[in-house]
Design a protein around this ligand. Sequence first.
Ligand SMILES: [Cu+2]
Length: 202
Amino acid sequence: MSSRPSWSKQLVAGKWIRRLAYNGFVPGPIIKVKQGSTIKLVLKNETEIPTTLHPHGLRVDDKNDGVPGVGQEPIKTAASHTYTMRFPDSGMMWYHPHIREDYGQDAGMYGGFWVEPKDSTVLNAVHREVPLFLDDIITSGTDAIYSAAMATHTLMGRFGTTMLINGATVYNLTVKQGEVVRSSSSTPLTCVRSGSRSQEPN
Ligand SMILES: [Cu+2]
């Protein structure tokens, strides 16, 4: 599969704001795989800053962990990089850049890995499972408040006043009476998730 982060616009609380998005979506694609599978992921950088893709919570080798200067060099603007992602563990995990998180990630560069367990009996039976991505952004203007040149607010955290769930300020989920729904959350907000397995702090 492939992913192309680039600038796009998102309607948030009645205002169009500029965001960075994987394949034009915030959150980016949710990549659903079976535990034990391996995929190739081609990332083409269409942003103006160098980037990488860090698979948060995945047990991968350092070449595919997206840490610049350790497993790979930064992907320059217009360049591509192919990752080989293995999924030894099940759970809801997420991905984000590992360079200038204050800029790219805060502008909307995040998406999910949904890894279904090999043994379906490890989880309680539900009718549906719904991923939830929690985010916070600033909507005071129509443009990103961050600087491509340097970090101006936070280094790796978040800085926002408007909360989003799956990209929306008002999130609605319709369920039937008696329906059992499990929601797994991935949050660029604090790097802490429930319903997922992660051993790393960030
Ligand atoms: Cu992370």
